[in-house]
Design a protein around this ligand. Structure first.
Ligand SMILES: [Mg+2]
Length: 365
């Protein structure tokens, strides 16, 4: 099964919040952005992946077209681990992390989709799982910046069946509003997206801890300050989560060796695809760290996250961005029911992007 073409397709899917006020600027977030990777083979099978591309679609498209596709057309699509390693080697001079590895991730996911399609099995079964059980999920809320809105949306998602809720807030009143609105019997996570120095983080972690956090996510800048995270974790006693800004098993190994986190959040569209995610999961298990897949996505990478989680001994919780999609490229698999997801049961990822949605929301370049 030879690769005959690799195509990068940038998509922008509009969404609405149902709430006017936002602490994240409208410029930053009006659409969910991804770059689909479509891999065609001489066996007649087509595989789909996607590369992380929030705010960087044109750069990711260029990386796939210039740095990835020319190196793999003609290669055996079944040699997934070999191609992943080859691409990491051949592209290392442009930086090991960021755009380069996002592009490799998109290709890797598409190759695993092809492997499942060739075997006639869902990806989860290739990875050693059954995929029969529903996966517990958490609602990942937008940053509203307004405690009243935080309270209202927290009530809304608890009413929809979630019992784990993650805020993207950076103030104590916003965190307090969620806890007061939802009461004591739900798990509350706070994702801060790397705002603080270690000293600031210590103060904020202590204040937020009063509201019983299941985890505090990415409290430090820079995100790769694993020593700082480990120190904060020790001093504050608050469970920490991080990993969406880390790539490859090498960075996660350093994170675990430092004792930086309780929860590791590899993102299949960023870390190096399914191949690299599996290595990270094995390291995490051996290090006593729980995997919580980073997956605020709605494309093939979200489906890959479901298959991966279902194949682990501990699936963790699936992250679902709490937004209302104006278009849905992957069908019902990206829609939660009672705070849970089912694993697609078709071959490969179990669903291809809807051609009508792709045609309507493909970014004109
Ligand atoms: Mg996060």
């Amino acid at each position: 099964m030879r690769i005959t073409s690799v195509e990068a397709i940038p998509l922008k899917i509009p969404f609405t919040l149902g709430h006017e006020r936002s602490g994240w600027s409208a410029d930053m977030f009006q659409t969910l952005e991804m770059v689909l990777v479509r891999v065609e083979t001489d066996a007649g099978l087509v595989g789909w992946g996607d590369a992380f591309a929030y705010g960087c679609q044109r750069a990711v498209v260029a990386a796939i077209e210039d740095m990835i596709a020319p190196k793999v057309v003609g290669a055996d699509a079944r040699d997934i681990a070999g191609l992943n390693r080859q691409l990491q080697r051949q592209n290392h001079l442009w930086g090991r992390y960021g755009i380069t590895i996002f592009a490799i991730s998109g290709l890797d996911i598409a190759l695993w989709d092809l492997a499942g399609k060739a075997a006639g099995k869902p990806l989860v079964q290739l990875l050693g799982g059954s995929g029969a059980a529903p996966l517990p999920a958490y609602a990942s809320l937008f940053r509203y910046g307004d405690p009243a809105t935080v309270a209202r949306v927290t009530e809304e998602v608890l009413g929809a069946g979630y019992d784990h809720v993650k805020l993207h807030e950076i103030t104590v009143p916003a965190v307090a509003a969620a806890r007061h609105a939802g009461g004591p019997n739900f798990a509350l996570m706070v994702d801060t997206n790397c705002p603080w120095t270690p000293t600031e983080a210590q103060r904020m972690a202590a204040a937020m801890a009063e509201h019983d956090l299941y985890w505090l996510e990415e409290p430090l800048f820079p995100p790769e300050d694993f020593t700082g995270l480990a120190r904060l974790r020790d001093l504050s006693g608050v469970p920490l989560a991080a990993g969406e800004n880390a790539c490859t098993a090498v960075q996660f190994q350093a994170m675990f060796a430092a004792g930086a986190v309780d929860y590791a959040q590899p993102s299949v569209t960023k870390v190096g695809g399914v191949t690299e995610f599996l290595k990270i999961a094995a390291l995490a298990e051996a290090s006593g760290v729980r995997i919580m897949a980073h997956s605020p996505y709605i494309g093939p990478g979200f489906l890959a996250s479901l298959h991966l989680a279902a194949a682990l001994p501990d699936p963790g919780l699936i992250e679902r961005f709490h937004v209302t999609l104006e278009a849905n490229p992957m069908g019902p698999w990206v829609l939660p029911k009672d705070g849970q997801f089912m694993v697609p049961d078709g071959p490969g990822l179990g669903a291809d992007p809807d051609p009508a949605v792709v045609a309507a929301h493909r970014l004109d370049r």
